[in-house]
Design a protein around this ligand. Structure first.
Ligand code: NI
Length: 138
């Protein structure tokens, strides 16, 4: 780690107790790592708000493949954005339902548009875009 800075933070005792309980529940062995993760998470979230910032993420979709033309529409959308979709996982959950997880990469604005188009397709039962960082600059 380069240029490690030590800081002192004044914090209400009861708030700190709650924080310690939370991080212990999540498996952190020290407070500093938990603070660093919180800060990184906020920085990454802040980046997602800028349409031009490069991001990576996953789009998770659950749908019934019997819905007429749905599989074709979803596949068509993915082909339209093949430069942004790095990988796709398809799981046949049961007789009717499919789960797809797409790994997407691109500018935050583009990635959101692709996810919105997929998630709003009629017949998709549930889905979610999870954005993260390319890791560069953190
Ligand atoms: Ni399937």
């Amino acid at each position: 780690m380069s240029d490690l800075s030590r800081i002192g933070v004044a914090i209400d005792a009861s708030l700190l107790n709650k924080f310690d309980d939370l991080i212990s529940e999540r498996g952190y062995t020290n407070r500093s790592e938990a603070f660093r993760d919180l800060i990184r998470d906020e920085l990454v979230r802040h980046d997602w708000e800028k349409p031009e910032v490069p991001v990576v993420g996953t789009v998770t979709l659950v749908y019934d493949h019997h819905v007429r033309q749905l599989s074709e529409r979803l596949t068509g959308l993915q082909h339209d954005h093949h430069h942004n979709i790095l990988s796709t996982l398809h799981v046949h959950l049961d007789h009717d339902n499919c789960l797809e997880v797409l790994v997407v990469k691109g500018k935050a604005g583009e990635v959101r548009k692709i996810a919105d188009a997929l998630l709003s397709t009629k017949g998709v039962k549930h889905g979610r875009l999870t954005l993260t960082t390319t890791g560069a600059g953190l």
